[in-house]
Design a protein around this ligand. Structure first.
Ligand code: ADP
Ligand code: MG
Ligand code: MG
Ligand code: MG
Length: 410
């Protein structure tokens, strides 16, 4: 079958022909309800519910949804999303929706319906709190990143896995352009809140800042350390009071571990920094800073634990210090690996914050602040912190130092 974009009416009959999906939904297609909820920038997502169960059917469009047909984007991203969902499920099955069916020609992935989950970004904008969020995200990051890295995978297998994702170039290109390049010059699709003109102009001629961003781009291009989610912002996380699920890995590829870690942290920090605009009468709630600390510390601990648990006799690509099983060497090697991830994460977090304020794709955290002057104030503060994260990374010896710099009510 060749590709056709589905719609509310055609998705039911299409799924009815896939026996395991029809069985999961139960009843007959006439009994199913369909809602197209794609609130993302790129794809169609149909939530389909039947008498026995539900599914989410995600279909790629041959162009960028938020821009239109003038910006073509290959359907193959659906293939990489499916591949990543399966790889992530191998290492962190509790943190990703189950993959139920995939159709390459239709660029369609059918997965478990997450219900009653909602996207984390919207929940944070409303001031919701999720006590398990940070530990769940730390678990997802540590498990997917460690077990796809050279620390765990024999070198020959690792190169084959890198190769399996090498074709996802169009998605990487979006990151390369939108995150690392365009915010730093007068790119046509950039936009920013009125009142930030001075800092926009200053950033474009800020040589240390532009060089730091380009250095992060070089890391992104040439460090295939582990399988990245590649788009791990708070809109790619769905939550309930006691569950956390990571969705939307269509940007997946082998890249630097600090990219995923830094993007999550940046989005928590932005959620924090938007609070004075969202609720000007209230004191900023440090919960989000606590979560960022729990997340980094939880990630570091779990990632290190995986390193220490490696069998020195087994074949893996680990550093020879790890493979030799000398406890002191092993501890030093893991510390060294983590220090590298931390430095990268700071730089990538800075890039993510800047591009969400000065680039094409903005975030609801700031966009939901109706008062333009108030929004500009919050964004200016985020930009200043982001610049420090990029240019002065060495000054942030640990996560507490970042919280201290970001805290609003000192
Ligand atoms: P895009 O790549 O276009 O950003 P996403 O995969 O992020 O698409 O999905 C867009 C939206 O669809 C999500 O924000 C969420 O509301 C909804 N969604 C996606 N997958 C599921 C799922 N498995 N269960 C329930 N809702 C989902
Ligand atoms: Mg999305
Ligand atoms: Mg997406
Ligand atoms: Mg904006």
């Amino acid at each position: 079958m060749s590709y056709t974009a589905l719609d509310d009416r055609s998705v039911g009959p299409f799924l009815a022909d896939i026996a395991p999906i029809a069985e999961r939904l139960g009843g007959r297609p006439g009994d199913w309800t369909v809602a197209e909820v794609g609130d993302g920038n790129l794809n169609l997502v149909f939530l389909v519910t039947g008498p026995s169960g539900g599914v989410a059917a995600k279909q790629a469009l041959p162009y960028v949804r938020m821009v239109g047909e003038s910006w073509p984007l290959p359907l193959s991203r659906a293939y990489y999303e499916r591949l990543a969902l399966a790889d992530q499920a191998a290492h962190a099955p509790a943190r990703v929706p189950a993959l139920l069916h995939h159709d390459d020609a239709m660029a369609l992935t059918v997965m478990a319906l997450l219900k009653p989950h909602r996207t984390l970004r919207g929940a944070l904008v409303e001031g919701e709190r999720y006590p398990l969020l940070a530990s769940h995200l730390a678990e997802f990051l540590a498990d997917t990143l460690f077990f796809t890295s050279d620390l765990a995978v024999p070198v020959v297998d690792k190169k084959a896995r890198i190769a399996a994702y090498l074709g996802n170039t169009a998605m990487c290109r979006i990151t390369e352009d939108l995150i690392f390049d365009e915010p730093y010059f007068d790119a046509p699709m950039n936009r920013h809140t009125r009142g930030l003109e001075d800092i926009v102009a200053a950033f474009r001629t800020d040589v240390p800042l532009c060089l730091a961003a380009q250095r992060m781009k070089a890391r992104f291009l040439a460090a295939p350390e582990a399988l990245l989610h590649g788009d791990l912002h708070t809109g790619s996380v769905m939550v309930t009071a006691d569950d956390t699920q990571v969705i939307d890995p269509e940007f997946a590829f082998y890249g630097p571990i600090g990219f995923d870690v830094g993007m999550v942290l940046a989005n928590l920090w932005m959620a924090y920094l938007a609070q004075p605009g969202q609720r000007p009468a209230e004191r900023p709630d440090p919960w989000l800073l606590d979560q960022s600390e729990t997340l980094w510390k939880g990630f570091a601990k779990r990632f290190t634990g995986h390193g220490n648990a490696l069998d020195p006799q087994a074949e893996h690509g680990a550093l020879h210090a790890l493979a030799r099983g000398d406890a002191d060497l092993r501890a030093a090697a893991m510390e060294d690996v983590l220090a590298g991830i931390w430095t990268d994460a700071l730089g990538f977090a800075g890039c993510e914050m800047i591009r969400r304020i000065l680039g094409l794709a903005h975030v609801a955290d700031f966009e939901s602040i109706a008062d333009e002057a108030l929004r500009a104030d919050c964004e200016r503060r985020a930009l200043q912190i982001a610049r420090r994260l990029l240019v002065d990374r060495a000054a942030f010896s640990g996560i507490a130092a970042v919280s201290h710099a970001i805290r609003l009510d000192r």
